[in-house]
Design a protein around this ligand. Structure first.
Ligand SMILES: Cc1cc2nc3c(=O)[nH]c(=O)nc-3n(C[C@H](O)[C@H](O)[C@H](O)COP(=O)(O)OP(=O)(O)OC[C@H]3O[C@@H](n4cnc5c(N)ncnc54)[C@H](O)[C@@H]3O)c2cc1C
Ligand code: SF4
Length: 554
């Protein structure tokens, strides 16, 4: 994959980690805890650690407890404990609260903490640096380097100064190779290197297709008298139709902050659907606006979330490295939680790598990580909920949720057994999109500028920035497909599924001659286009390091 013609300098480490999310940072910390002499480098494409992290987040502390048992005394930024946990079904004009006892204990949020995963990562990074981990923000790992046996030897990072047309600008830097005895891929959902490694080593051969949702989130500051620290509200239903999966979260935490977000499962069929506009109109429901009224929106962003669960987890290891966290898809979908498993998987991979390095090994397959995963709390967590997503996909939100709740009770009470075995997902999300001819356009209300907003003012709040004169990081396998195939067949859904207004179809003054425009500088790195494009024609690759959103406390 790496460009053989370019001579690059290289640096040698015991372990190289791509991505400073909870998975990558947990791996780095665990390596140093086990052996302070192990050299560890972590590469992060965001301008700083946390800049690209977007999550809910209600955090199950099981991972943090295992990694840093005295995290509270050490000052980890998780101060708001869950005090009230509500689950609502919304209709257009009302709501129904489901009793908490309808759900098995695994769905209970008491004992969990509300906070910003980005801020937790910032804190974990400082902790890791204190142990001697080298962290390089603003460094996108853009390529993989292999040794002569075909094992992963390292990654290329820090390529800067290439112009849009490919010529080298005066500030051109060819980047560096960071070689490791092992390389851990913690890029999060739909990682660009993870995707290529999964293909090269057939890691998904025995797994169901990975499933995804798009999560769009805003952070609000609300009047003090309206703020209920510790309140967690999840909703299903309106404004989505029953056969479109998704739901919302509202978390009250910190100093008068409310994290509000909306997830749409990306297996939706109607290409006219716009997850962004669904979220905006959702905020006008009486049950929702009462949380926000009189408040001020302070941040916006979006990120895909893995939803395939247990049956979509690929093989975790390949010669020279392993997948950790959401690059392997460890999200527990009904709980909407993945950060605990990200931390636990980083720790397991680190334990396997530390043992191998200690034994003088390098660039082989870390079999012990794969075995440890099978016996771990991650596997148990995902096993209990493995049929929830397939039920939702097959039977819609109301019946699907009913079946899912029954099945989760069964797996909880019968040690993982389900009468349904393990249900399949069958299709990719891209293949779930149906032709526009089968659907009607959706007329979304105009944003009022108080509760709901247009895309551009939202992107402004994500502090997104990219160097403009650089090769497109949203690449098209065939540039003719958006207008020749996607427009007539699917009304080019990229215009609607992208939460940052990156893709536009523009016409001349007579309304003819459509052309596809990509406003790449607005991209918030959510990865939805790479997942949902019905022609699988868009390939997301890393832009220059440091580009992308600059999320504050997301
Ligand atoms: C809307 C939403 C709500 C959620 N709510 C919750 C919740 O309430 N509780 C919960 O526990 N989980 C929640 N999750 C899931 C949780 O956020 C993820 O499971 C978790 O972030 C995964 O951690 P990770 O380390 O694998 O990946 P990430 O957190 O995504 O971190 C990956 C990091 O790698 C960097 N990176 C990626 N590619 C490269 C590259 N090539 N080079 C350099 N750097 C790279 C990224 O910039 C990023 O900083 C939610 C997710 C979403 C989208
Ligand atoms: S261009 Fe793709 S990755 Fe970027 S914000 Fe839009 S959908 Fe997300």
């Amino acid at each position: 994959m790496a460009d053989e013609a370019i001579e690059r300098e290289f640096m040698e480490y015991d372990v190289v980690i791509v991505g400073a999310g909870p998975a990558g940072l947990a791996a780095a910390i665990r390596l140093k805890q086990l052996n302070p002499d192990i050299s560890v480098a972590v590469l992060e494409k965001g301008s700083e650690v946390g800049a690209h992290i977007l999550s809910g987040a209600v955090i199950d502390p099981i991972g943090l407890n295992a990694l840093i048992p005295d995290w509270k005394e050490q000052g980890a930024p998780l101060e708001t404990q869950v005090t009230d946990d509500q689950f609502l079904i919304l209709g257009p004009a009302g709501s129904l609260r489901l009793p908490n006892f309808a759900f098995p204990p695994l769905m209970n949020n008491h004992g969990n903490y509300i906070g910003s995963l980005g801020n937790l990562c910032r804190w974990l990074a400082t902790y890791a640096e204190g142990l001697g981990v080298e962290i390089y923000p603003g460094m996108a790992a853009s390529d993989v380097v292999f040794d002569e046996s075909g094992a992963v030897k390292g990654v290329v990072a820090g390529v800067f100064g290439i112009a849009k047309d490919g010529h080298h600008k005066p500030d051109y830097q060819p980047g560096m190779e960071l070689h490791g005895k092992y390389v851990l891929i913690g890029e999060g959902v739909r990682g660009s290197l993870a995707k290529r490694l999964q293909a090269k080593f057939d890691l998904c051969e025995n797994a169901e297709p990975q499933k995804f949702g798009i999560g769009i989130k805003e952070l609000w500051e609300v009047p003090k008298e309206q703020h209920k620290p510790g309140l967690v509200v999840h909703t299903l239903g309106w404004p989505l139709e029953d056969h479109t999966g998704g739901g919302s979260f509202m978390y009250h935490w910190g100093e008068n902050l409310v994290s509000i977000g909306f997830v749409v499962h990306l297996n939706y069929k109607n290409p006219y659907l716009s997850p962004y506009d669904e979220f905006q109109r959702f905020k006008h429901h009486d049950e929702v606006k009462k949380h926000l009224e009189g408040g001020k929106r302070v941040a916006y962003g979006a990120r895909a979330i893995t939803e395939g669960g247990l049956q979509s987890v690929p093989k975790l290891t390949f010669p020279g490295g392993a997948l950790i966290g959401c690059s392997a898809g460890f999200v527990n979908v009904p709980r909407i939680k993945g950060s605990h498993n990200a931390i636990l998987s980083g720790m397991l991979a680190a334990e396997a790598a530390a043992e191998a390095v200690g034994a003088g090994r390098q660039r082989d397959v870390l079999e012990s990580y794969q075995h440890a995963y099978r016996a771990s709390p991650i596997y148990k967590d995902l096993n209990k909920v493995r049929n929830a997503k397939p039920f939702l996909s097959r039977y819609g939100t109301i019946f699907g949720m009913g079946f899912a709740a029954l099945d989760m009770w069964t797996t909880t009470l019968l040690g993982g057994f389900s009468f349904f075995g393990t249900l399949k997902h069958k299709k990719t999300d891209a293949a779930s999109t149906e032709p526009a001819a089968k659907h009607k356009p959706i007329a979304y209300p105009r944003p009022d500028g108080v509760l709901s907003f247009d895309k551009l003012s939202s992107v402004f709040l994500s502090n997104t920035n990219h160097e403009e004169d650089q090769p497109a990081h949203l690449t098209l396998r065939d540039p003719s497909v958006p207008i020749k195939v996607n427009l007539p067949l699917y009304a080019e859904p990229a215009q609607r599924y992208c939460p940052a207004g990156v893709y536009e179809v523009l016409y001349d003054e007579q309304g003819n001659n459509p052309r596809f425009q990509i406003n790449a500088q607005n991209c918030v790195h959510c990865k939805t286009c790479d997942i949902k494009d019905p022609s699988q024609n868009i390939v997301w690759v890393t832009p220059e390091g440091g580009g992308g959103p600059n999320y504050p406390s997301m």
